[in-house]
Design a protein around this ligand. Sequence first.
Ligand SMILES: [Zn+2]
Length: 179
Amino acid sequence: MKIAKNTVVTVDYILKDAQGDLIEESREPMVYLHGGYENTLPKIEEALEGQAVGFEGTIHVEPEDAFGDYDPNLVKIEPRNRLPTPLEVGMQFEGSPDTEDDDEPPMIFTVTDIADDKVVLDGNHPLAGIALRFTLKVRDVREATEEEIAHEHVHGPHGHHHDEDDSEEGDQFRSHPLH
Ligand SMILES: [Zn+2]
């Protein structure tokens, strides 16, 4: 079966930066619904369109096609006491401690530095500004179920698991590629 709109694709990936340094290697394959549902990067879908099990390829993705350019305006310095304890570099928080604007989508801030009574929060995606190189290997292709198409994401093993309240959180790869 070839990868086309409304197929579920299982793919192993190795993610490197443009210098060839390893960023992430999949411990479990990525499983996504193909067809422009924003389950994965459009460039990945483009590379896999029409391919089948066994396909292997490497694609280069510029920041603007991945997680955007690095925006220095998204770096904030906050008083230490506005953040929870314990606090470590690398921790992530949703939203900003000093904004209560409900109209804005929540942003993920990463603690990048802690010094005395100040904390540096970076609202850039950890991969912002980085050109990425994905090596992809297709493991499985199957037709999506009607329910998956209606929900615009994959169900079942490695896919989306609904909570009791049936909330529609996206799969983790989209928002937290670094875990
Ligand atoms: Zn669902």
